[in-house]
Design a protein around this ligand. Structure first.
Ligand code: HEC
Ligand code: HEC
Length: 316
C-alpha cells in the first residue's frame, strides 16, 4: 500500500479502520448495565411503542453469546490490523504482501520446470534449433505466448512481422532475437503529415514502390526521390535499405509490414507508425527465452524447421 498520492489518505484509512473498532467497543461499554442480565419472564420493559393496537416492542437485553462474539470480533480485527497491512501505509508486523505471494508462487513454478530445461544447458542456438526436443518445447512456448500476434505459423499479419522470411526489422542474429524477446522493441516512424501534403506523399510513395520494382509513375518517382532524400534517408538510408538499429525497414525488398499499396505507404508517411513488441522477461524464464530464440532463429536459418509448425498442427 504505497501508491497513495500523499500521506493524508494513509491517515484517513487508518483512522476510519481503528475508529470503527473503537466505536463498536464504546457502544458495548455504554450498554454494560445490561450485559448478561436476564430479566424474569413478564418483567421485560417495553419501549412504549405499540402498533396495530396490541403489537408491543419489547426492550430485551442483548444475549450473552452475542456480546462475546462482538468482543472477539473486535479483538480479531485489532490483531489482524497489527499483523497485516490494513492501516494506510503501515506494512504489518508479518510484512505480508500479495505481490510477494505471487512472486513466491512464480519462483516455485520455475523451480519445478527447471529440470526439464537442464538438458538444453550449454547448447548453442544453432544446436538448439536443430534439436527436435528443444524445437518442440520452443514451438509449444511460441504457440502459447506469441502466436496470438505472430500467427500460429509465425508468418505474421499486417503490423505483426513475419518471423519466417529471413527479413528483419531489428536483426536476425541469435543475440538480436533474444534481445527482442527479452526486452521488447518499439518501432516508431514519425508522422510527416504536417510538412508532407498528400500530393508530395503520393510522389514519395511512387518512389518507394519503384525501389522494389512495383508499378509506378516515372514523373512522380523523379519528384518523390528528391523528397525521400529530404525526409526519409536519416532512417531508411540513402538506398532505402533500412537500419536495424532504428527498426527502420528495408524498403527495397518484397516484404511489407503494412502493405505495399500506394494508400498504405501514403498513410505511413502522413500518419507515422507506432508499433510495439512487448518485453517478455517478466513472463518467461531465461531458459524459455533461449529456446524461443532458437526456434525463431531456426525458422529462417534451418531448412526444414518450419516443418515443425506443420507437424504440430497435424498432431493437434
Ligand atoms: C502483443 C503482440 C505481440 C506478442 C504477444 C509478441 N509479439 Fe513479437 N512483435 C510484435 C510486434 C508488433 C513486432 C514489431 C515491432 C516493430 O514494429 O518494431 C514484433 C516483433 C518481433 C520480432 C522482431 C522481428 C524483426 O523483424 O526484427 C521478433 C523476433 C518477435 N517479435 C518474436 C516474438 C516472440 C518469440 C514472441 C513470444 C514470446 C512474440 N514476439 C510475442 C508483437 C508481438
Ligand atoms: C525517425 C526515423 C524514420 C524516418 C525519418 C522515416 N521512417 Fe519510415 N519507418 C521508420 C520505422 C522505425 C518504421 C517501422 C515502423 C514499425 O515498426 O511499425 C518505418 C516504416 C516505414 C514504412 C512501412 C514499411 C512496411 O514494411 O510496411 C514505410 C513505407 C516508410 N517507413 C516510409 C518512409 C518514408 C517514405 C519516409 C520519409 C517521408 C520515412 N519512412 C521516414 C522510421 C523512419
Amino acid at each position: 500500500m504505497s501508491d497513495f498520492v500523499n500521506g493524508f489518505w494513509s491517515y484517513f484509512i487508518g483512522i476510519i479502520a481503528v475508529g470503527g473498532i473503537v466505536w463498536c467497543l464504546w457502544l458495548l461499554y455504554t450498554q454494560r448495565r445490561w450485559l448478561g442480565e436476564r430479566p424474569a419472564a413478564g418483567q421485560v420493559e417495553d419501549t412504549g411503542h405499540v402498533w396495530d393496537g396490541d403489537l408491543t416492542e419489547l426492550n430485551n437485553p442483548v444475549p450473552r453469546w452475542w456480546t462475546w462474539m462482538y468482543l472477539l470480533l473486535c479483538v480479531f480485527a485489532l490483531a489482524y490490523l497489527v499483523l497485516f497491512p490494513g492501516l494506510g501505509e503501515y506494512k504489518g508486523v508479518l510484512g505480508y504482501t500479495t505481490a510477494g505471494e505471487v512472486a513466491q508462487q512464480q519462483e516455485a513454478q520455475r523451480e519445478a520446470v527447471r529440470p526439464l530445461y537442464a538438458r538444453f544447458e550449454g547448447m548453442s542456438v544453432p544446436e538448439l534449433a536443430g534439436d527436435i526436443p528443444a524445437r518442440e518445447v520452443g514451438q509449444r512456448l511460441f504457440l502459447s505466448t506469441c502466436s496470438q500476434c505472430h500467427g500460429s505459423d509465425a508468418r505474421g499479419a499486417p503490423g505483426f512481422p513475419n518471423l519466417t522470411d529471413g527479413d528483419w526489422l531489428h536483426g536476425g542474429t541469435p543475440e538480436a532475437i533474444e534481445t527482442t524477446i527479452r526486452d521488447g522493441r518499439h518501432g516508431i516512424m514519425p508522422p510527416w503529415g504536417s510538412v508532407v501534403d498528400v500530393r508530395m506523399a503520393t510522389d514519395i510513395a511512387h518512389y518507394v514502390r519503384s525501389l522494389s520494382g512495383l508499378a509506378s509513375d516515372p514523373v512522380r518517382v523523379f519528384r518523390g526521390k528528391r523528397e525521400f532524400g529530404n525526409y526519409c534517408v536519416a532512417c531508411h538510408g540513402v538506398d532505402g535499405k533500412g537500419n536495424q538499429a532504428l527498426g527502420a525497414p528495408n524498403l527495397t525488398d518484397a516484404v511489407w509490414l503494412y502493405g505495399s499499396s500506394e494508400a498504405a505507404i501514403v498513410r505511413t508517411i502522413r500518419e507515422g507508425r507506432n508499433n510495439q513488441m512487448p518485453a517478455h522477461k517478466d513472463v518467461l524464464t531465461p531458459e524459455q527465452i533461449r529456446l524461443l530464440t532458437a526456434w525463431v532463429w531456426g525458422l529462417s536459418n534451418q531448412p526444414g524447421a518450419p516443418a515443425g509448425v506443420a507437424s504440430a498442427e497435424a498432431r493437434q
